[in-house]
Ligand binder design. Structure first.
Ligand SMILES: Nc1ncnc2c1ncn2[C@@H]1O[C@H](COP(=O)(O)OP(=O)(O)O)[C@@H](O)[C@H]1O
Ligand SMILES: [Mg+2]
Length: 369
């Protein structure tokens, strides 16, 4: 029995021109896991996916699939299938022919091809368009044809490179759900690339955040959202309030940062013993945990920490209110709260307010992490 479906060990990619696209990627993926890769354009997502697929040489490091080393194995001999953003459906072939194509290339027996194609057409509900060509398909149907083409080869790992990028927002949402259900049902390992954090977080069992060719953090979505470990993740994922300063002390459960607004603390987002007092650090509090209070009002929760500022704008949309607060010349923040929580409490433009949160909800992140 193999230990992991996929293992990347210090995988690195330098393009012939000298661009280091991927700096040393380490990842272990369990069978049946749905892993999202997310990061800004150019961070190395597609390059990594193409190295897994065998469409791009691996400069150094190792790629293992089910414990077997595939680093130098050509693409067509790898148990992977790839789905690209543009779907690459052959326009002159029917849906059925498109789905069968990959099996024909692999010289699978015609009867077996028919059996497998029929099964996947049934599973993906493509029966009504089996004889249609690409121009007769809706966006959602094209997406399912692309999936069917990948899945019909029965890959151990399905690689998807921004497969929903071409769809409009509503369709995208419903296909996200469909895709996730299908993945659960099939139990096939998915590696799903996207530049949209909401998509990465809603789809992935785990999310790999990449930036400039490096892995910043690999976590389940909730941990990623609430416990960033690097400044990049703190800014890229979620809606965090970030206050910079210097590390004053770091214990196993609590670290304290000296900021220009006073001492603030949080759970350390770094390993014990890796940071010395004086190191550049930041306190990161997810907006969802920050309360806006009229100055001096008692917070809902017992032990809180926070900062004070002046309201510069207040916008209400339905029952939600957006409050902009200026902390000092260099830092303003915008917070979302419920209208009922601030209405009639003197939280208008010009008012002094306190922003408070439980210190155990905040994370202390090292600037050099
Ligand atoms: N074929 C190539 N030759 C040289 N550089 C490339 C090639 N493909 C991508 N790159 C560079 O590698 C980096 C990572 O690109 P890519 O993997 O496409 O990022 P992403 O998919 O995250 O947008 C970028 O700097 C990009 O310009
Ligand atoms: Mg890409």
């Amino acid at each position: 029995m193999h230990t992991h479906d996929l293992e990347l060990v210090n995988v690195r990619k330098v393009y012939p021109g000298g661009t280091v696209a991927v700096h040393g990627f380490d990842l272990k993926v369990e069978k049946g896991e749905f892993v999202s890769f997310v990061g800004p354009s150019g961070c190395g997502k597609t390059t990594t996916l193409r190295m897994i697929a065998g469409l791009e040489d691996i400069t150094s490091g190792d790629l293992l699939i089910r414990d077997r080393n595939f680093t130098r194995v050509p693409a067509e001999q790898r148990p992977t299938a790839t789905i690209f953003q543009n779907y690459a459906i052959f326009p002159h072939m029917t849906v059925r022919q498109n789905i069968a194509f990959g099996l024909e290339v692999r010289r699978v027996a015609p009867r077996e091809i028919r059996r497998r194609v029929d099964a996947i057409i049934g599973k993906l509900d493509l029966g009504a368009v089996a004889d249609a060509k690409e121009r007769g398909l809706s966006g959602g149907q094209k997406q399912r044809v692309a999936l069917a083409r990948g899945l019909v080869t029965e890959p151990d790992i399905l690689l998807l490179d921004e497969p929903l990028g071409a769809l409009d927002a509503n369709l995208r949402k419903s296909i996200q759900e469909e895709l996730k259900l299908l993945q659960r049902e099939l139990g096939v390992t998915f590696i799903f690339v996207t530049h949209a954090q909401s998509e990465a977080l809603s789809m992935g069992d785990r999310v790999v955040v990449m930036n400039a060719g490096r892995v910043e953090q690999i976590s389940d979505p909730f941990t990623l959202y609430t416990r960033p470990r690097t400044p990049f993740v703190a800014r890229f994922i979620g809606r965090n309030k970030i206050i910079e300063g210097e590390l004053a002390e770091a214990g196993p459960a609590r670290a304290v940062v000296r900021t220009r607004f006073g001492a603030l603390s949080g759970a350390p987002g770094f390993d014990a013993g890796t940071a010395a007092p004086g190191a550049q650090a930041m306190v990161v509090a997810p907006s969802e945990y920050v309360e806006v209070l009229p100055q001096g009002a008692a917070p809902e929760h017992g032990e809180t920490e926070g900062v004070s500022g002046v309201v510069t704008a207040l916008d209400a949309v339905g029952h939600v209110a957006y409050v902009s607060v200026r902390l000092d010349d260099a830092l303003s923040v915008r917070l979302e709260t419920y209208r009922e929580k601030i209405e009639g409490r003197g939280v208008g433009p010009g008012a002094q307010v306190d922003l408070r949160w439980r210190p155990d909800r905040a994370t202390v992140v090292l600037a050099a992490a």
